[in-house]
Design a protein around this ligand. Structure first.
Ligand SMILES: *[C@@H]1O[C@H](CO)[C@@H](O)[C@H](O)[C@H]1NC(C)=O
Length: 149
């Protein structure tokens, strides 16, 4: 069993055989705890995001608040300036989260990030917030990405 676990850890570390591995993110003011952010595929940072491709996002967290609603707000931060990023569905309650959100409950927020062909090929930071009823961030994380053709 130990050998199997060791092997699995080695494979996870390689990051090639497993689709999802957590990325190191900057926490920009989450009230949630025990956050895991998975971007697939993103084997290393900055995430290289190719145009015309869609990336999946899986944020697992434990809520410390309760909320009827949850709304995602995504920005690309380019040279310090936040630019709104379009995501197909900003309703967190339709993105894998069963609302109302309850305190001390674990959730996985599942969404996708489509990279449009017209996006410039630049390095930027993606900041992803999920806001509760009072517009307080349930989670807020940021990661460096590089948009590439
Ligand atoms: C999201 O991540 C969590 C924790 O890593 C995992 O348990 C869950 O299966 C993932 N969900 C999807 C749809 O990938």
């Amino acid at each position: 069993m130990e050998a199997v676990c060791g092997l699995m850890a080695a494979l996870l570390a390689l990051g090639t055989l497993c689709g999802a591995e957590p990325v190191k993110f900057h926490d920009c003011g989450s009230t949630a705890t025990q956050m895991i952010v998975d971007i697939t595929p993103c084997p290393s940072l900055p995430c290289v995001l190719h145009k015309e491709q869609t990336y999946s996002v899986n944020v697992t967290f434990t809520s410390t608040t309760s909320s009827q609603t949850s709304e995602a707000v995504v920005h690309g931060i380019l040279a310090g300036i936040p630019v709104p990023f379009h995501i197909p569905n900003s309703d967190g309650c339709k993105s894998g989260i069963q609302c109302p959100i309850q305190k001390n409950q674990k959730y996985s927020y599942i969404n996708s990030l489509p990279i449009k062909g017209e996006y410039p090929s630049v390095k930027l930071e993606v900041k992803w917030e999920l806001q509760d009823d009072s517009k307080t961030d349930i989670f807020c994380w940021a990661i460096p990405v590089k948009i590439s053709s």
